[in-house]
Each structure stands twice: as structure tokens, then as C-alpha cells.
Design a protein around this ligand. Structure first.
Ligand code: ATP
Length: 464
């Protein structure tokens, strides 16, 4: 029995030859059926998606090319091997032109036939494997994994689909944790660049001096610490998509360089005068109001016009509360599997509390709450008292804010606990920014900004 056996349909008007071929192919382990005419073969193909059709050119009703054309149009996954008469080179050319996988000249030698079929089946297997891999990627990064039935999300999906297959620059707006990165990935995954790199840069997480070399690369010796040549993200993303998150943090000099790449697709690495040309689809994201920043002179107007071609606005979670139960269901499954638990769900009052909460950290915060609850809950259902303090207390907290203010302003009263919370979280996570941000349900950039705002000791952080 052959390992790569397939389903075959053999079509020939000579019953003797037909049966001889079929017997031979069956002896190799292929599931083989036969047909004497073109129209009968078409009927069989309508009923069953044979992997390979072996077809003589000369058939009594219509010629084999008709069957080939029909199969290309209606059964594109079926490979066709044409059998042409000896010396009829035109038929062979026609067979290939019409999309036959291969042609063999009659009389057909058994070995030749079995090898041609094997090649068909091998190629089919590769195509199938590619399809599966692509489907897995689509599942992981495409629309399939973005949860959202709210009409705002449905509108987003439509936009994502219509912009994906273009090279147009896309600007994604939205608060932290709303899914901007996920959307950028989905656009890439649905585009014709999906087999090329998707490169992401969190602009806000790097100081200006390093960001420029991260993006454009640098030449060894161009600044202290540049011990070797570095390839920047623009070159890494050549042919694919470059996603620049937190674009509002770009310094004025970086904005100039970005404008040039957007206009001319050209740039130079830091400390180098060699010009590189790249083919990149740029997606940018920000949680800031760029229009305001332009008005205040903090963001270049010409760059803003360049990047504000297609804008997608990611809705905050509180603007699409009806998606919360769906997100809960989705991520409960994810974490049950990941942590090895079988928690059945959140009980009604826990869901109520989650629906009342305002989710300032959006979906990222919701996911952290679900993960935390799955880890900590001992019972079958997650109850209100299993939820983090901020969700249980939000209303009470808001009501008592006035009382806690004392003589200071509301802003100070609210800021002090935040500074304290951040310091405690940093301590608890060994001053590791990534882990701290995760624990707080914010991203690294937000943490970095808040540390700056509250003047939290950076040197201490660097020592860790
Ligand atoms: N609609 C959604 N369905 C499922 N998961 C989502 C959805 N939106 C966001 N997420 C998840 O929430 C988390 C945060 O999303 P993402 O990183 O895309 O947000 P973001 O807006 O880029 O955040 P930031 O601005 O802080 O970088 C990710 O784990 C992402 O997978």
C-alpha cells in the first residue's frame, strides 16, 4: 500500500485501456473510479472532489480539454493529468495552457503515470499544509480572533477588510488596551503582504536617542555604545508592514525623518550617508489627540496630513459594554486551558459588577481580571468577592472621593494613591517595567509616562 494514496478519476473512451490503468492504480493503493465520457466525468466530479483526474484528450462526446476547463473553473482543487496522442505537440501545449498539472503521451507507461500522480498528490499536500498554516495565522492574528458584536466593532471589521489590501497608511486611534495592535495585525494578516514581516515598534517605550536608531538602524561608532552596525526596523519590515505604536511621542527630528520615508520611501541609518529605499505599509497608532497636538505645535502638520489618510477609531470598552460577556466567555476558555482549570463562568452578580465598572484599561484590563480570577478562584464559578478591589469598590470609591479630598484638590487626592500603587507594583515586580505594567493592566509606555509624571526614581529602575 502506498503512503500517499489518493482519490482518482480516470477518463478514457477505450474500455480496455481504461480498466488496465484503473487496475494498476488500484494496485498502488489509490481509490480509483473510471469514466468513459466527458459528461459522465463531469457528473462524477460534481458528486465527489477527486484529488486527481487522469483524462484522455479524445473522448466521444466532448474532448478532454472541455473536461479540463470545466474542472479548472468548478473544481480548482482537482489536479488534471492529460493524456495526449503521440507526436501531437499542439495538444500538449494546449493542455498546459489550460492549466493541466501535467501531460503524458500515449501509450502511457505505468511508471510514468504513477510518478505523475505522486507529484500531483505531493503538491496538493503542500498546498493543503499552506492553507492550514495560513488559516492558523488568520485565526491567531486575523479578524477571527477579534471578539466584538457591537455595531462599532462591526463597523471596524468592515473598515479593516476594505483597507487591508491596499498600501494606504492607516492611523488607528483609541485608548490604551482597546485593541489597536490587534487591529494592526489583522490588517497585515488580511493584506497581500501577509507572508512578509509584520514589525512592531512601541515608540513611547524608548528614549528619543535610541528610538531613531531602533527605527532606522545605525553605523558602528556613530554614538557612544554603538559598537556594531545595527539594522533598523524599517529595513526589517521591507516588503511587509511596519506598525508604529504611540506615534505621538515621536520627537521633532524623528517626525522629519518619518515624513521623508512616507513621501519618498527613503532614509539613512544614524551616522551613515547611504540611502536605503524600502517598500513598506505603515500603520500608526496613538491614544493622543493629534489634531490638538498639531494646533499646539507639538506635532508636524505636514506629517499629520500624511498619516491621517485612513483613520480607524477603536472604541473604548465602556462604549461597547454588550461585548463584555463575549470577551469573558472567550478569555475564560483561553485561561481555563492555559492554567488547566475548568471554571464554568462568572456568577450573575460578578457579571453585574463587571458591567457596572468603567474599564479604564479597556480589554487589556478585562483580560487581566479574568486571568487573575481564574488563578485565584477555588470554586466552579467566579464570584464578586473574587474580583479585584477596584471593580467591587468603584462606585463606593467615586462617592467617597469628595470626603477623602480633605484640603487638597481632587486631582492631588487621586494622584497620590496612583503614585503609591505604581511604586508598590514596581517593588513587587522587582522594578521590572514589563511585569509591572502587566500587573497594573497598563502598557509599558503608559507606565513609563506615569513614572515620569510622578517623578519615580528611574535610576533605581535601571539597576534592576
Ligand atoms: N476585540 C478584542 N477581542 C479579543 N481580544 C482583544 C480585543 N481587543 C483587544 N484585545 C486584547 O487586549 C489586549 C490589548 O490589546 P492591544 O495590545 O491590541 O491594545 P492597544 O490598543 O494596542 O493597547 P496600547 O495602546 O496600550 O498598546 C491584547 O491582549 C489583545 O489581544
Amino acid at each position: 500500500m502506498k503512503t500517499n494514496s489518493g482519490s482518482l478519476l480516470v477518463v478514457d473512451d477505450d474500455q480496455y485501456i481504461l480498466e488496465a490503468m484503473a487496475d494498476y492504480l488500484r494496485s498502488l493503493g489509490h481509490r480509483t473510479e473510471t469514466s468513459l465520457t466527458c459528461l459522465d466525468a463531469i457528473e462524477r466530479l460534481k458528486e465527489f472532489p477527486f484529488q486527481v483526474v487522469v483524462c484522455d484528450v479524445n473522448l466521444p462526446d466532448q474532448d478532454g480539454f472541455h473536461l479540463l476547463e470545466w474542472a479548472k473553473e468548478n473544481a480548482p482543487d482537482t489536479a488534471v493529468i492529460m493524456l495526449t496522442g503521440y507526436g501531437t505537440i499542439e495538444s500538449a501545449v494546449e493542455a498546459i495552457r489550460l492549466g493541466a498539472f501535467e501531460y503524458l503521451t500515449k501509450p502511457v507507461i505505468d511508471e510514468e503515470l504513477s510518478l505523475a500522480i505522486e507529484r500531483c498528490l505531493d503538491q496538493r499536500q503542500v498546498v493543503e499544509e499552506n492553507k492550514t498554516l495560513k488559516a492558523q495565522l488568520d485565526q491567531r492574528f486575523g479578524l477571527a480572533n477579534i471578539v466584538g458584536q457591537d455595531y462599532k466593532m462591526q463597523k471596524m471589521f468592515d473598515l479593516i477588510e476594505s483597507v487591508a489590501d491596499t498600501r494606504t497608511t492607516v492611523l488607528i486611534l483609541g485608548e490604551n488596551g482597546t485593541g489597536k495592535t490587534m487591529t494592526a495585525r489583522a490588517i497585515h494578516q488580511l493584506s497581500d503582504r501577509c507572508n512578509q514581516p509584520f514589525v512592531e515598534v512601541a515608540c513611547g517605550a524608548l528614549p528619543d536617542s535610541l528610538l531613531e536608531s531602533e527605527l532606522f538602524g545605525h553605523k558602528a561608532g556613530s554614538f557612544t555604545g554603538a559598537t556594531h552596525d545595527k539594522i533598523g526596523k524599517f529595513l526589517q519590515a521591507d516588503g511587509g508592514t511596519l506598525f508604529l505604536d504611540e506615534i505621538a511621542t515621536a520627537s521633532p527630528s524623528l517626525q522629519v525623518k518619518l515624513l521623508r520615508v512616507l513621501q519618498d520611501h527613503e532614509f539613512e541609518a544614524v551616522g551613515d550617508n547611504k540611502t536605503h529605499t524600502v517598500d513598506i505599509r505603515l500603520i500608526l497608532a496613538t491614544n493622543q489627540n493629534l489634531e490638538d497636538m498639531v494646533a499646539k505645535g507639538e506635532f508636524r502638520q505636514d506629517l499629520y496630513y500624511r498619516i491621517n489618510v485612513i483613520t480607524l477609531t477603536q472604541p473604548a470598552l465602556r462604549e461597547r459594554m454588550s461585548d463584555i460577556p463575549l470577551l469573558i466567555e472567550h478569555y475564560l476558555k483561553v485561561y481555563n486551558e492555559q492554567i488547566g482549570k475548568s471554571i464554568k463562568g462568572f456568577d450573575a452578580s460578578a457579571i453585574q459588577a463587571m458591567l457596572k465598572y468603567s474599564w479604564p484599561g479597556n480589554v487589556r484590563e478585562l483580560i487581566n481580571v479574568i486571568e487573575r480570577s481564574v488563578v485565584l478562584t477555588k470554586g466552579e464559578y467566579i464570584r464578586v468577592h473574587d474580583l479585584p478591589e477596584q471593580i467591587r469598590q468603584e462606585q463606593a470609591y467615586a462617592l467617597s472621593a469628595d470626603n477623602r479630598m480633605g484640603t487638597g484638590s481632587l486631582k492631588t487626592a487621586l494622584a497620590n494613591p496612583e503614585r503609591q500603587i505604581i511604586i508598590e507594583a514596581l517593588e513587587a515586580n522587582g522594578w521590572n517595567r514589563q511585569n509591572t505594567a502587566k500587573a497594573l493592566g497598563i502598557n509599558r509606555t503608559t507606565l513609563y509616562k506615569k513614572m515620569k509624571k510622578y517623578d519615580i526614581d528611574f535610576e533605581k529602575q535601571l539597576m534592576h
